[in-house]
Design a protein around this ligand. Structure first.
Ligand SMILES: NC(=O)c1ccc[n+]([C@@H]2O[C@H](COP(=O)([O-])OP(=O)(O)OC[C@H]3O[C@@H](n4cnc5c(N)ncnc54)[C@H](OP(=O)(O)O)[C@@H]3O)[C@@H](O)[C@H]2O)c1
Length: 199
């Protein structure tokens, strides 16, 4: 598939490298386009079927607004982002919503929330790092979720570890789990863990 990865930081470069190694054509969308594989955001999206928003959660809507709904169209949008709401002098980290606001702003675009409940080092080959794997998927469009679940397989997620929570409204649950994620990072002193469902 042709995949636009917006953002060239830790998540974008990790997912992009793995997806490219699995035979996908990855185009990065960046604020600093420098070459044929690192374009401006709009050009990367225009040339792709799937868009990955590996951007600070607070910046996702702004970047997508600049790209525009006509270019986004009915493309599939994989959103792994998290929005951190700064809290003054507290141990608690509040996390805001991204996926539903994006889906509401761009109703034709098929938004799928996933990969937002683990550190970027766990996003590929999770079972190489931790003993159990759970990744959640939320989205309204069944066909888009099937494509994204296929990409999760390419990243190394076993079928049994992929939980389809339902519509895009369920993304808020995983976005709010960011608070649990950050509290756990503080408690353990590192991020080499995954929030998993055991049953
Ligand atoms: N790191 C993790 O383990 C992890 C885990 C789960 C979810 N997430 C979420 O995934 C997203 C990406 O995280 P990350 O760790 O990859 O962050 P990061 O390393 O800071 O990279 C984010 C990238 O987004 C672009 N960017 C930064 N500020 C921007 C702005 N104001 N406007 C537009 N683009 C901007 C930059 O790419 P260019 O310079 O190329 O434009 C930057 O490299 C975030 O929402 C994060 O919360 C991260």
């Amino acid at each position: 598939m042709n995949i636009a990865v917006l953002g060239t930081g830790k998540v974008g470069s990790t997912l992009g490298a793995r997806l490219a190694s699995r035979g996908h054509r990855v185009l990065y969308g960046s604020r600093t386009p420098t070459g044929p594989d690192r374009l401006d955001h709009r050009s990367a999206v225009a040339a792709s079927d799937v868009v990955v928003t590996a951007l600070p959660g607070n910046d996702v809507l702004g970047v997508l607004d600049e790209i525009g709904g006509e270019v986004l169209g009915d493309k599939i949008l994989l959103d792994p982002s998290a929005t951190i709401i700064p809290q003054a002098a507290t141990e608690h980290t509040d996390c805001g919503e991204v996926a539903v606001p994006v889906q509401t702003r761009f109703p034709r675009t098929r938004v799928v929330k996933t990969l937002n409940t683990m550190n970027f080092t766990i996003m590929v080959d999770p079972l190489d790092s931790v003993p159990a794997a759970t990744v959640f998927v939320s989205g309204d469009d069944a066909a888009a979720k099937t494509v994204i679940i296929g990409l999760l397989g390419d990243l190394g997620w076993p079928d049994a570890g992929i939980i389809d929570l339902g519509g895009i409204g369920t993304a808020a649950a995983t976005e709010q789990a960011g608070s649990l994620y950050f509290a756990t990072v503080r408690a353990l002193g590192d991020a080499k863990f995954n929030l998993t469902v055991s049953r």
